[in-house]
Ligand binder design. Structure first.
Ligand code: FJE
Ligand code: FE
Length: 296
């Protein structure tokens, strides 16, 4: 019998302002949890028009946007454009450079999660790209009261088609109430792993509990499996289990630019300012979202 991973720390992600008029609950990436290798940021966002994340750059990592409610339209300086809705995921590789806008689409509030996954030094300057998967195409299965949607990696015999440059597991579990059902997931011993609760109450082996908006860091000394129970009589439990292989390199970050050294950050600021080395198309581009708002 393998030993389950222990709870190491628990954080409540409180709301803060980001972008333009948007609110995010940031867990990874805040002061107390600067970096959880290979993860740079985890934001649970909530945004309604005219607020959003207008034109901004990225370099050196990937952003994973998973929608819970409503929709977000993204546009970038290459002319790539699309809308992701509840249950859809966009896995974006910024690589050497992307400038894009991410704005809520339609009425009401759009909610979801955005995870920033770091890239190793030999992948930081790769060609940018997108993998978009609609809700209906996300692999899913149910067994013994546990349903999993596999965003990345594999679980309960199903596998995601997403290619992750940094080896990553991203699973969305729902555990039914009334029966003390549990999700059990093997995670490679060397990987860093955490649980983020979306709904209900997660119960861990040592009796530790976590409700919505809590991030639970799991220890890797024990390796083995992650075990999470739903002990509620009437409320479902929904949580994300995210894990990744640590990169183990120095991180130099300036907002949306993540490199290994300060020198590389200075070069990136220069590339962005002078529209070179991947930022050529930023020079004459403005999102339709900003054009519509009449922003000069
Ligand atoms: C960014 C501030 C930002 N979390 N969650 C600074 F707000 C952003 C940014 C986002 C973001 C976008 C979505 Cl759709 C969801 C987010 C931060 O765009 F990139 C920097 N540098
Ligand atoms: Fe962005």
């Amino acid at each position: 019998m393998e030993k389950p991973r222990q709870v190491v720390r628990k954080f409540l992600a409180r709301p803060q302002h980001e972008g333009v008029g948007a609110v995010v609950r940031r867990s990874i990436g805040r002061f107390e949890l600067r970096y959880f290798d290979p993860f740079l940021v985890l934001d649970e966002f909530s945004v309604s028009a005219p607020s959003g994340f207008p034109d901004h750059p990225h370099r050196g990592f990937e952003t994973v946007t998973y929608m819970l409610e409503g929709a977000v339209t993204h546009e970038d300086f290459e002319g790539h454009r699309g809308t992701i809705k509840a249950g859809d995921v966009q896995w974006m590789t910024a690589g050497r450079g992307i400038v894009h806008s991410e704005m809520p689409a339609g009425p009401g509030t759009s909610k979801g999660l955005q995870l920033w996954v770091n890239l190793s030094s030999h992948n930081k300057m790769i060609e940018p790209g997108y993998q978009e998967i609609q809700s209906k195409d996300i692999a899913s299965t149910t067994s013994d009261g546990v349903t999993v949607r596999v965003i990345a990696g594999q679980s309960m015999g199903v596998r995601s088609p997403v290619c992750t440059r940094t080896p990553t597991m991203y699973l969305d579990f729902t555990v039914r109430p009334a029966g003390a059902a549990a999700a059990r997931q093997p995670v490679p011993a060397a990987w860093n792993a955490f649980v983020y609760v979306l709904e209900g109450e997660a119960v861990f082996r040592n009796g530790e509990k976590a409700g919505p908006h809590h991030l639970v860091l799991l220890g890797n000394g024990d390796g083995g499996i992650v075990e999470v129970w739903n002990k509620s009589a009437d409320k479902p439990l929904r949580f994300l289990l995210i894990a990744g292989e640590p990169i183990g390199e120095p991180v130099a970050q300036l907002g949306p630019f993540v490199m290994n050294t300060e020198e590389e950050i200075d070069m990136t600021i220069n590339d962005f300012e002078f529209n070179v080395n991947g930022f050529e198309k930023a020079k004459h581009w403005k999102s339709q979202a900003l054009v519509a708002l009449g922003v000069e």
